[in-house]
Design a protein around this ligand. Sequence first.
Ligand SMILES: CC(C)(COP(=O)(O)OP(=O)(O)OC[C@H]1O[C@@H](n2cnc3c(N)ncnc32)[C@H](O)[C@@H]1OP(=O)(O)O)[C@@H](O)C(=O)NCCC(=O)NCCS
Length: 122
Amino acid sequence: MSLSTFWSELTQRNRYYLALVDEKKEIMGFGGIAFNGADADIQTMVIKPEFQKKGYGKQLLDALLEKVHENNSKRVFLEVVAENKPAISLYLSRKFEQIAKRSNYYPDGSDAVIMQLDLRSK
Ligand SMILES: CC(C)(COP(=O)(O)OP(=O)(O)OC[C@H]1O[C@@H](n2cnc3c(N)ncnc32)[C@H](O)[C@@H]1OP(=O)(O)O)[C@@H](O)C(=O)NCCC(=O)NCCS
C-alpha cells in the first residue's frame, strides 16, 4: 500500500485503525477495519518482523474483533495472499473460514484467499 493510499484510508469515517505500541510508544504493529453496513472488512494487519511470533498478532486481531462486536457487525471479510501461511493460520485460529480463492489477484500474479468470519447465529 502506498503512503498516500494509507493516509486517504485513515481519513474515511467508516474506518477504525489501531496501533500496538511498546513502552517507549514505538509502533509494534497496526491493523485497520472498514465498516460497511452489517459487514466489516479487515483492510490491513501487520506486526513488525522483530515482534512477530510472540502473540502480538493475536492480540491485535482480538482488539479489532472487539470493535467488530461493538459495532454489531454480522460478518467480517478479508483477503490474504494464498501463500501467507502465518496470516491464514492466525485467521483460522479465530474461526475465519476460507470462502473463495481468486487466481492472479495481486499485481505480482499471486493468488488471494478470501476469508469470512460469520457472526450471525446459525
Ligand atoms: C500475520 C502476522 C500479523 C502474525 O503476527 P504474529 O504476531 O507473528 O502472530 P502471533 O505471534 O500472534 O501468532 C498467532 C498465530 O499465527 C500463526 N502464525 C504466526 N506466525 C506463524 C508462522 N511463521 N508460521 C505459521 N503460523 C504462524 C499461528 O497460528 C499462531 O498461533 P500459535 O502461536 O498459537 O501457533 C505477521 O506474521 C505479519 O505481520 N505478517 C506480515 C504482514 C501480513 O502478512 N499481514 C496479514 C495480511 S492479511
